[in-house]
Design a binder for this molecule. Structure first.
Ligand code: B12
Length: 484
């Protein structure tokens, strides 16, 4: 059997505060088919300090190829470093897959990359492995871009998978324990992991990768029985009892969710879960529905709010909603013990100081109505190539460089071309304070970070409410910046 090496590069500062990095779901997912016919090995740079040694020893065994998962931001920098290192040591084929090459196919021009896989990788990597092994024409493999002599060839896009048709993820190829986060909650042992239930999104936020015209990201999910079966396997075999569904929009199909909750509620299985959705989708559920959700263990819902300015919401989101809907939703969720976690970003095109103040006022109103509420860090948006916002910026000549510097698309930095120095300063200070305005830090491994958060919270709230950043030097604690 040939060997295939898959690499999970580091993410960024997050790695140093969390001892339990997220399950490498992308790589596990693409191993579903290939793990049967090849020896698949995952080298995870986040957890293996000796990854270089491991890589060297695997290279000596002459694998069929090495493939890396790459998202933009700091991970892209690590992926570049690793690929360069491999090219120095060998002539083994290097493949990149994941969100970055998918939404930026130009990454095939990177001198250290031979092939990129665009979009979902499960079927493509299997076909590609067969083609490489049998030395057949790569032009027949849908969903890849590759170099051929002095040319770059972009093959046709592969259609998206039907979720229920996917085999189970091969958990035996990793040491799962390293990815499960165990902690105590009210004296009870919690074993927490990420998982996925659906792909794609129905909203079309102009800053989001789902708005990229380059790929169809139509929404699809597991059916209720299938999702429940996959979850039971993780509970029975690995004792996981807290799931974070990383889907962009879990709440699209009410019938599926209702049926999923009913199954859970009728069964002996008890677990908790977190998922994300849009304001519009979550708001239209009935009280009875929320009751079922809450009984089934739904603890936190991530809600794509994005701004406290109606004008900005209307200009960036397809699914229209009013801010008054959010205030109602906030109170309703409280009744059912479900914590709303609002996703908010700053720096959208056209955002004024007054819009920022509106967002802050809304945050404080939501906290006043529901003390458990949580917020994402108020990071400045990252401008991703090929999104609607990026296209708009290109057409209107707003970009001062031909392409954004994708490597440094880091949440802690305000790096968009249309904000001035003063606004950048404000956004970076707001970002730092927003890390500590609620109790989201409770899930962070580092005791130091948790302790700092508790002490700093009142100061963070004061600074944010009054936009008072006098004598502020604490945001220079860069290692704390990327943690939440
Ligand atoms: C969990 C998660 C994280 C985790 C870690 C993930 C990990 N693997 O270690 C954490 C919280 C650390 C994280 C951090 C960040 N994230 Co994140 N994250 C996610 C999230 C929610 C889920 C990823 C996942 O597991 N999906 C499920 C799997 C099955 O899907 P997948 O990874 O896309 O894999 C499929 C394909 O992409 C492809 N594929 C993936 N890898 C590979 C590899 C090969 C070789 C092949 C062939 C195919 C392939 O095949 C897979 C199956 O079809 C996604 C959003 C999403 N819904 O996917 C964002 C997402 C990946 N994150 C994103 C970003 C930008 C970040 C940050 C860099 C943000 C920032 N600007 O700072 C930060 C880093 C912060 C820091 N400074 O340290 C973006 C990437 C956008 C882009 N164009 O690259 C996403 C898509 C969110 C978004 N909508 O914008 N993230």
């Amino acid at each position: 059997m040939s060997n295939i090496i898959l690499i999970q590069p580091k993410i960024g500062n997050l790695d140093s505060v969390n001892r339990h990095p997220a399950l490498p779901l992308g790589l596990l997912s693409i191993s579903r088919y290939i793990s049967k016919d090849y020896n698949v090995k995952i080298i995870d740079q986040r957890i293996n300090k000796n990854w270089r040694k491991e890589l060297e020893s695997e290279l000596n065994k002459k694998p069929l190829f090495i493939a890396l998962t790459v998202m933009n931001g700091p991970q892209l920098r690590y992926a570049n470093q690793i690929s360069k290192l491999i090219k120095k040591m060998s002539d083994i084929i290097i493949i990149w897959g994941g969100p970055h090459p998918t939404f930026y196919p130009e990454s095939i021009n990177n001198p250290y990359v031979d092939i990129i896989i665009r979009g979902e990788g499960e079927v493509t990597i299997n076909e590609l492995a067969k083609a490489i092994k049998s030395n057949t024409d790569l032009r027949k493999v849908e969903g890849i871009s590759f170099k051929s002599k002095n040319d770059v060839i972009h093959n046709k896009q592969r259609p998206n998978v039907i979720m229920d048709s996917l085999p189970l993820i091969p958990l035996d190829i990793i040491n799962l324990k390293k990815y499960i986060y165990n902690y105590k909650q009210n004296g009870k042992k919690i074993s927490y992991s990420i998982f996925e239930a659906s792909r794609g999104c129905t909203n079309d936020c102009h800053f989001c990768r789902n708005s990229a015209n380059i790929l169809s990201t139509n929404w699809r999910g597991f059916s209720a029985p299938n999702l429940f079966k996959r979850i039971r396997r993780l509970i029975d075999n690995f004792g996981i009892n807290y799931f974070y569904f990383v889907d962009d929009n879990f709440f699209v199909n009410p019938n599926m969710i209702k049926s999923f909750c009913e199954r859970v509620n009728k069964s002996k299985y008890k677990f908790q879960w977190i998922a994300s959705g849009t304001v519009k989708k979550i708001s239209c559920y009935s009280d009875e529905f929320y009751n079922e959700l809450s009984k089934s263990g739904c603890k936190i819902i991530h809600i794509g709010l994005e701004s406290g300015s109606q004008k900005l919401i209307d200009s960036m989101q397809k699914e229209k909603f009013k801010l008054s809907d959010v205030i109602k939703l906030n109170k309703r969720l409280r009744k059912y013990g479900i914590v709303p976690y609002y996703e908010i970003l700053l720096g959208y095109y056209g955002e004024t100081l007054d819009d920022i103040k509106k967002t802050i006022r809304l945050i404080f109103k939501l906290i006043k109505d529901n003390k458990d509420v949580q917020f994402s860090a108020l990071h400045c948006l990252s401008l991703y190539e090929n999104t609607k916002l990026y296209d708009f910026a290109t057409k209107n000549k707003l970009l001062n460089v031909p392409s954004t510097n994708l490597e440094s698309n880091d949440w802690s930095k305000a790096k968009i071309p249309w904000i001035n120095k003063e606004r950048k300063r404000l956004l970076e200070r707001l970002y730092f304070c927003s890390l500590f305005i609620d109790n989201k830090h409770e899930l962070v491994d580092s005791f130091l970070v948790r302790a700092f958060s508790k002490i700093y919270r009142p100061i963070a709230l004061y600074r944010m409410k009054n936009l008072d950043f006098r004598l502020m030097f604490e945001h220079r604690l860069v290692h704390l910046q990327n943690i939440l």
